[in-house]
Design a protein around this ligand. Sequence first.
Ligand SMILES: *Cc1c(COP(=O)(O)O)cnc(C)c1O
Length: 390
Amino acid sequence: MDSSRLETLCIHAGQVVDSATGAVTLPIHLSTTYQRAPDGSFPNGFIYTRDGNPTRHALETCLAAIEGGGAALAFASGSAATMSLFQALGPGGHVIAPHDAYYGTGALLRDIIGPWGLGSTFVRMTDLAEVERALQARKGASGRTLLWIETPSNPLVRVSDIGALVELAKAIGALVAVDNTWATPVATRPLELGADIVMHSTTKYLGGGSDLLGGALVLRDEDELFDRVRAVQKAGGAVPSPFDCWLLLRGIRSLVWRVRAHSANAMAVARAVATHPAIERVNYPGLASNAYHALATRQMAAEGTPLYGGMMSIEVRGGRAEALAVTGRVQLVTRATSLGGPESLIEHRASIEGAQTQSPESLLRISVGLEHADDIVADLMQALDGLHPR
Ligand SMILES: *Cc1c(COP(=O)(O)O)cnc(C)c1O
């Protein structure tokens, strides 16, 4: 029986009926410590919960399965997952990352791990020639080189060509990691496209409820890099709580269906708001007019049908004041950061990113939720009417 389809893996991978009780949903194992057998061994493999926990183990099995990887590690946040990978590269290593990476990733590279000895170069990841130059500059260098891809990007929703970037990276023996938080494994399959590592902020679509913080790294094999990241996880201890692991397993069960609905709603919202006279531009790769439409249609079609995701940004006519006026008028859509939950969220990115921001002042990022599409559209349209009546 073929039960390797994503819908089925999301529900069953890592989830086994509890042999002690018959419980169909996984118990939450809160115990921090595990009994030794009389001979001093640990018959079930668990010793101490930072090192390994049954609920986390089930989650890690599930995460590896849904990304098509050989092994996964769960962390306390997406940032902790990113940091652990950077630490595993070691001093003398080098990360080539996009200018418009998640701002926390850029801040880690510049302010935290840079002074520790991991170099970084920031590039326009959609410009293959520029990426190739940055990679070639590392040819023959000592220390590992990692190409860090984030697609679609935040907040301009630019799509990078994972397959083409992998080819450039492999030419100099660089590793490739993809932050797949926005696309999710439902739309994009980085490991199948040749990437070595997938990273997630599971806080977002995988959790799906805006009620847990988590991160993950999925690797192709339990290889030497895996062992290094595992050592950082174990010694550094940035692990998720058993309860957060359990919430995340529950969220993943409905992932496929939620991502389809987020994508359908986002398409409806993008098409509708694009017609409003207060709108300068809508950044959403599902729109035929978008510069990344053809690439996204190919790359974000893991199931055959393209799913452009639930994230978009809009640029209003004017600047900061006009953008903030729109956020001040929304009634259903919530003014808050983050993404991937059932409720639609809107945010002025330049305000939260501060001085280093690359985001236009006129830009608002929208996480399109699972409310009725007509209700989301009506709310955004009335908010935009305040700038420029239809
Ligand atoms: C939120 C986010 C992160 C950081 O994850 P946390 O769980 O908040 O630490 C990294 N990358 C992307 C694309 C994100 O959206």
